[in-house]
Design a protein around this ligand. Structure first.
Ligand SMILES: NC(=O)C1=CN([C@@H]2O[C@H](COP(=O)(O)OP(=O)(O)OC[C@H]3O[C@@H](n4cnc5c(N)ncnc54)[C@H](OP(=O)(O)O)[C@@H]3O)[C@@H](O)[C@H]2O)C=CC1
Ligand SMILES: CC(=O)N[C@@H](CCC(=O)OP(=O)(O)O)C(=O)O
Length: 317
């Protein structure tokens, strides 16, 4: 059977990248909306109800509206917006976060694609919390830098209109109420929200995040090797994982590996462990593409899981 896919918001940043990733797939038919009708409710409703899977690449309110427009009981939904990430009845579309999550996604009608920032935090913290190497109430700080495409069409236009002049490093969300905090705390199993300090940089795409840990604030003071082993064991057990753990070598200052653009165009997220056991300090870093594993790559991975297609064969790692 050829599955019918409708990307609501196909002309936006995330939608376009999903379209590119699906080009050439013979197991799918992409139902496209005429550009001048992309906000026409009747036309969207028709296509949403004609699709086997609708992928919503819209602002939150429009995504909620799309779900309301579905009148049948067959169209399955992947929502790339923030609207349903902690909502009842929705599976969280981060397949690697738990050994059973791929199965949850496979059987769900409604799948919420994760936010780009939460994936680096959840990938680093959740296995450590589960291994009791990080208490759920640890006062975490999470920071990182994202390319400006993370802000969608408007931010892309703003940056590109300014040519080469904008600053390289712009912190934001310093009211500490970023919309990603609820999903971060819930899926990383934290009962204390992290202090999150995001930065946007003067490059289009890619991100690099960091989770510092004072290991002497953790019972039994884990070494860098302990943290690395826990993460490596966790992801080795996840089938078809796009999350990798780089080899541990405390003698290397592997800064080149932390280039936010290192995984652009792929669906890979790489975790790196840095530690100085004498100082009881460690950092778990994550590098990935905000439009890859952070958005469109993850959406296609989820689509493949829902359709029972081998995700690895159809996605660049
Ligand atoms: N960019 C990223 O890195 C990530 C984005 N996301 C999320 O994915 C979603 C899409 O983001 P992104 O692609 O960046 O955003 P963009 O602004 O680039 O694209 C959104 C698209 O939706 C269209 N649109 C807006 N309102 C409506 C409506 N009422 N009905 C139909 N279409 C509408 C827009 O059209 P027009 O431009 O003409 O207004 C545009 O084509 C957002 O919820 C975002 O938060 C998630 C993870 C990462
Ligand atoms: C640089 C930048 O502005 N990034 C966006 C996150 C993009 C993303 O993950 O999208 P969702 O909004 O769907 O979660 C932000 O911090 O709000």
């Amino acid at each position: 059977m050829v599955a019918k896919i409708f990307i609501d918001g196909e002309a936006g940043t995330t939608g376009l990248q999903i379209r590119e990733r699906l080009a050439g797939r013979r197991d799918l038919e992409v139902l496209s909306i005429a550009h001048d009708k992309r906000k026409d409710q009747d036309e969207r409703k028709r296509l949403l109800n004609a699709a086997d899977v609708a992928i919503l690449c819209l602002p939150d309110d429009a995504a909620r509206e799309s779900v309301r427009l579905i009148e049948n009981d067959t169209t399955r939904v992947i929502d790339a917006s923030t609207a349903h990430r902690t909502a009842e009845g929705w599976a969280y579309g981060f397949a690697e976060m738990d050994i059973g999550q791929t199965g949850e996604i496979a059987k769900s009608r409604y799948v919420a694609n994760p936010g780009c920032w939460p994936q680096g935090l959840i990938a680093a913290a959740r296995p450590l919390v589960e291994a009791r190497l990080l208490p759920g109430d640890y006062p975490l700080t999470y920071h990182g830098i994202s390319g400006y495409s993370g802000g969608g069409r408007q931010m892309i236009e703003d940056y590109e209109a300014q040519g080469a002049t904008p600053s390289q490093f712009m912190p934001y969300a310093l009211t500490f109420q970023h919309k990603h905090l609820p999903e971060m705390a819930l899926y990383a199993k934290l009962n204390r929200a992290p202090l999150f300090e995001p930065v946007v940089g003067n490059f289009a795409q890619g991100m690099s995040t960091a989770l510092p840990i004072h290991t002497d604030m953790v019972a039994d003071i884990p070494t860098g090797k302990d943290l690395h082993a826990a993460l490596s064991d966790f992801y080795a057990a996840i089938p078809d994982s796009f999350v990798r753990v780089a080899p541990y070598d405390p003698s290397l200052a592997k800064t080149a590996a932390l280039d936010p653009q290192a995984h652009n165009g792929t669906n890979t997220l790489t975790l790196h462990v840095f530690a100085n056991d004498d100082l009881n300090q460690a950092v778990i870093a994550a590098v990935y593409d905000n439009l890859g594993k952070g958005a469109s790559g993850a959406a296609v991975q989820n689509l493949n899981i829902m359709l029972g297609v081998n995700a690895r064969e159809s996605l660049a790692a």
